[in-house]
Design a protein around this ligand. Sequence first.
Ligand SMILES: C[S@@+](CC[C@H](N)C(=O)[O-])C[C@H]1O[C@@H](n2cnc3c(N)ncnc32)[C@H](O)[C@@H]1O
Length: 261
Amino acid sequence: MDIRSYNRQAWDRQVAEKSPWTIPVDSAAVEAARRGDWRIILTPTKPVPKDWFGDLADCDLLCLASGGGQQGPILAAAGARVTVYDNSPAQLAQDRLVSEREGLELSTVEGDMRDLGVFSDSSFDLIVHPVANCFVPDLEPVWREAHRVLRPGGSLLSGMMNPVYFCFDFELAEKGEVEIRYKLPYSDTTSLDGATFKRYRKRGLPMEFSHTLTDQIAGQIKAGFVLEGFYEDDFGPDIEDPIDGYMPTMMATRAVKPRHF
Ligand SMILES: C[S@@+](CC[C@H](N)C(=O)[O-])C[C@H]1O[C@@H](n2cnc3c(N)ncnc32)[C@H](O)[C@@H]1O
């Protein structure tokens, strides 16, 4: 199965179905950001701490796998030079919709988060990477490429899933029930039984993969980053997810590329 191509279509469908991760920000949020009043998320609810960003003036910022007209337009209104990079043309169209509506300068590039070959080394001061790495089977190229395109001293702000979340039965969780079913590492492509996999495909759900904490945390360190910030989060009150009651299901890290690189 060509995961990138399948997930491109799946995310285009998420846009058509108005999933919460595809709804662009409104004019009021952009206006407030222009006045310096802004916040963005990497995980569903907690705003990213302001001291994770540094000065956005004169900042080349990559929104990595971050289409949907959410983080990119706010950060552009706050003063950064923003490039939004995503695998879904429909998600990128949401960013263009907001930037054209609000007169913001923002560019969009379609591509795979594991291959940032369209950007030269040391192109960006900051990368904002909301929860999205669960849509690729392999993380090592994501951290390696992010490190390569960042300037020394630059930061990578990433959201990610707690891998334990993938142990639970997703269809039962949608009905409010909590049951441990799957062993880690989990993959939609190999962990599900045939009938369940068929139902997922029929619904056009994006294919997801668990990643160990070693791959998420030690993987960033191995790529050359120093971790300087961490917090946990969950789906919050607006998205019903019964697993929220048991554990924080997501986390975020601030990783810095040392200046001596
Ligand atoms: C949960 S959404 C995150 C974006 C959203 N703006 C947010 O606030 O969370 C996941 C994004 O990852 C993108 N994506 C999935 N697979 C990708 C890949 N291989 N390369 C780049 N982007 C990918 C999807 O198209 C989607 O826009």
